[in-house]
Design a protein around this ligand. Structure first.
Ligand code: OAD
Length: 241
């Protein structure tokens, strides 16, 4: 079977009711990144940061995967599918997508807020433990990691390293077909992943308001919502299998 690599962003979860970041009703229109999504914000006001992600976790747990997530499950019958997502929700997994790499972490998990880990970057000597959160809330400061530091959301904040980018890049190099879906391609290093593709690999970019991919590869823009976009390209994709 051919390798189909899907690079997803917040737009694939929009039809489930999860807000995106940079659209007019997006999260970053109502919150300053510097207040909630950096380690400095955590040092300044951990309770505010924790509350922000507790709210987001509650929301993720209250919604369901949509037709786009399920379309990927169906494509698994025809391709070796690998999803690389910037999303911290678990809707891909709940729809039955089996190979999912989270570039920016997973809101269902927590990790130690030990500052040595936060600043450790890509150091291979540091091993981070990830803990599944059983309810929907991490209580600050009561909930602590075994090292004694309060638990923080298992999310990559701005300014932090993205260790999963190394595996993601290797996966993109093996792709026979790439689908980019629901991402503005504004955030690096995720936005640069497509440039790791072999130059004969076709790229399908499903997004009502796509960003720009300037690349030698054939890029097919499908300016639709994710569910409609997957429906439109399904037959074409299957003919390529
Ligand atoms: P953005 O909010 O930047 O982009 C969302 C994209 O989804 C836009 O291009 C929209 O046009 C598109 N979109 C909106 N509704 C859609 C729908 N129904 N179907 C398909 N596409 C739709 O979100 P990301 O690109 O995912 O990181 O943002 C990347 C990262 O920035 C996030 O992972 C997050 C954020 O800061 C962290 O928080 C670590």
């Amino acid at each position: 079977m051919k390798n189909l690599v899907i690079i997803s962003g917040a737009g694939i979860s929009a039809e489930s009711g999860v807000p995106t970041f940079r659209d007019s009703d997006g999260l970053w229109c109502n919150h300053r990144v510097e207040d909630v999504a950096t380690y400095t914000a955590w040092e300044k006001n951990p309770k505010l940061v924790q509350d922000f992600y507790n709210e987001r976790r509650k929301q993720v747990l209250s919604v369901e995967p949509n037709a786009a997530h399920f379309a990927i499950t169906e494509l698994q019958n025809h391709f070796n599918v690998q999803v690389i997502t910037q999303n911290v929700d678990d809707l891909h997994e709940r729809a039955g997508n089996t190979n999912v790499l989270h570039l920016h972490g997973n809101i269902r998990y927590a990790k130690s807020s030990n500052p040595d880990l936060a600043w450790a970057g890509m150091s291979a000597t540091v091993f981070e433990e990830h803990y599944l959160i059983l309810g929907d809330t991490i209580n600050y400061p009561e909930d602590t990691a075994p090292d004694g530091f309060p638990l923080r959301p298992d999310i990559v904040w701005f300014g932090e390293a993205v260790p999963a980018i190394i595996d993601a890049s290797e996966i993109v190099k093996t792709a026979d077909i790439i689908i980019v879906v629901g991402t503005s391609l504004q955030v690096y290093p995720a936005a640069s992943l497509v440039y790791d593709a072999k130059n004969w690999v076709p790229i399908y970019y499903i997004d009502p308001n796509p960003g720009d991919i300037t690349i030698a590869n054939e890029v097919n823009y499908i300016k639709e919502k994710a569910s409609v976009g997957f429906d439109k390209i399904k037959e074409t994709l299957i003919s390529l299998k």
